[in-house]
Design a protein around this ligand. Structure first.
Ligand SMILES: Cc1cc2nc3c(=O)[nH]c(=O)nc-3n(C[C@H](O)[C@H](O)[C@H](O)COP(=O)(O)OP(=O)(O)OC[C@H]3O[C@@H](n4cnc5c(N)ncnc54)[C@H](O)[C@@H]3O)c2cc1C
Length: 395
């Protein structure tokens, strides 16, 4: 059987689902989403769901302002509860880092409610106890932070998209493409062939494999992030502030409240050059590594000394050398093949703006935000030697 539609979206993560919804909302008919596993089953379903405004780039600050309002309004607009919680978000910078005051000024000029705290102020900011401020330059306190359930965001977009006529096909894996006269004319899957005027690759960890079928190679790498759930020995309310400690490069971590009075820790725990194969990776967070982190976390946040580690898990996302995703039509690729790839550890919170601007771009409308920072063609200037740093540079 061959199914003909206007748009095929490969992948029902936060990116593909948001784009399906925004395109359908603009009246595009015959959209089909092909998802091999389940809605939000890729990086999206494992994300910490942090929503905050601390970006050093003005365009990104504008975009996350738009997105965080969309998450606040999600239940009302989409009729779907994403468990959004508003809480403060405090980002700790390393001592001696230059330019922080200018970044804060820029964020304020964009309407972000952010305070610059000295180490002495940081020491007393947590309601559950003192923070050890050794090695900290500043605390950047974002009063408009929050968190939500990324899986529910993907499902919420899909469900609304379905009501607008989008077909979401679960258990359909894209295996190959047929290209004719510079266009993808057929998408071959385990459940038959599909064809469409436009094909969007939003396949997350599966995106590179699909690209390789078309002879496309991008400078991207899979990377692993570790998480752990802690059971506090004290009351830990869901709106307690999130601490994101970026002050020590070898121990980047965050601690945020999680449902049921628990706490979630996240760690950037791996050698930046390690390669991960998504087909063999299994939630790989060695407990001894977590132990090392835990010691550091307790040093920074002594009140966490009695918290018990109940679960640890890791998950993969895809990164680019400048830690921003690649979005758009790639020069030299089939002309009807669009990509939203390499979430780079921070693309869940950008899903609403991806949906909005990608739909505008595809329909040839004026773009509400400047997307040059994500332009997929910028990636041609990078090579494998340009990888480094951490996803926390954008956190
Ligand atoms: C541990 C962790 C924590 C994170 N925390 C945050 C955070 O706090 N805040 C934030 O903003 N971001 C965070 N991120 C990043 C964020 O999760 C990702 O950047 C974002 O969710 C990527 O979404 P996506 O839709 O592009 O890809 P994915 O969510 O990976 O979705 C791709 C989908 O495509 C499907 N697929 C793949 N291949 C095929 C195929 N051949 N055929 C059909 N379907 C296919 C997959 O099954 C999957 O469902 C985190 C990531 C990780 C791993």
């Amino acid at each position: 059987m061959s199914v003909i539609s206007d748009v095929i979206i490969i992948g029902a993560g936060s990116s593909g689902s948001a784009v399906a919804y925004y395109l359908a909302k603009k009246g595009v008919k015959n959209i089909v989403v092909l998802e091999k596993l389940g809605m939000g089953s890729g990086a999206t379903g494992h994300a910490a769901g942090l929503i905050r405004h601390h970006y050093p780039d003005r365009n990104l600050v504008k975009m996350v302002r738009y997105c965080s309002q969309k998450f606040i309004d999600f239940k009302e607009e989409m009729g779907f509860n994403i468990d959004y919680v508003r809480n403060d978000f405090c980002y700790l910078t390393p001592a001696g880092q230059k330019g922080i005051e200018d970044i804060i000024e820029m964020q304020r000029s964009e309407g972000v409610n952010v305070e610059l705290l000295t180490p002495a102020q940081v020491a007393h900011i947590h309601p559950k106890g003192e923070i050890n401020t050794d090695g900290i330059g500043y605390g950047l306190l974002d009063h408009d932070g929050g968190y939500a359930d990324p899986y529910k965001v993907a499902v919420g977009y899909c469900e609304r998209a379905k009501q607008l006529g989008v077909e979401i096909k679960i258990g359909v894996e894209v295996l190959d493409f047929v290209v004719d006269s510079g266009k993808v004319t057929k998408v071959i899957t385990n459940k038959g062939d599909f064809s469409a005027g436009l094909v969007i690759n939003a396949a997350g960890l599966g995106a590179s494999k699909l690209n390789s079928l078309l002879g496309i190679t991008l400078p991207v790498k899979n990377f692993s992030l570790g998480h752990g759930v802690l059971i506090p020995d004290i009351t830990f309310e869901p709106d307690i502030l999130t601490i994101n400690d970026a002050s020590q490069e070898e121990y980047l971590f965050f601690l945020r409240p999680e449902s049921g009075g628990t706490a979630l820790i996240g760690m950037d725990q791996d050698d930046p050059n390690r390669e991960f194969n998504p087909d063999t990776y299994y939630m790989d967070v060695p407990f001894n590594k977590i132990g090392k982190y835990y010691e550091h976390i307790v040093k920074r946040l002594p009140f966490a000394a009695g918290f018990k580690l109940s679960t640890a898990f890791g998950a993969l996302d895809v990164k680019t050398p400048d830690w921003n995703p690649g979005i758009g039509f790639l020069e030299g690729a089939p002309e009807n093949y669009y990509q939203i790839v390499a979430g780079s550890g921070h693309s869940f919170k950008l899903a609403p703006v991806f949906g909005k601007v990608v739909a505008e771009q595809i329909l040839g409308e004026n773009q509400s935000f400047d997307f040059s920072v994500f332009d997929i063609n910028r990636l041609s200037k990078f090579s494998d030697d340009d990888f480094g740093g951490s996803f926390f540079i954008n956190e």
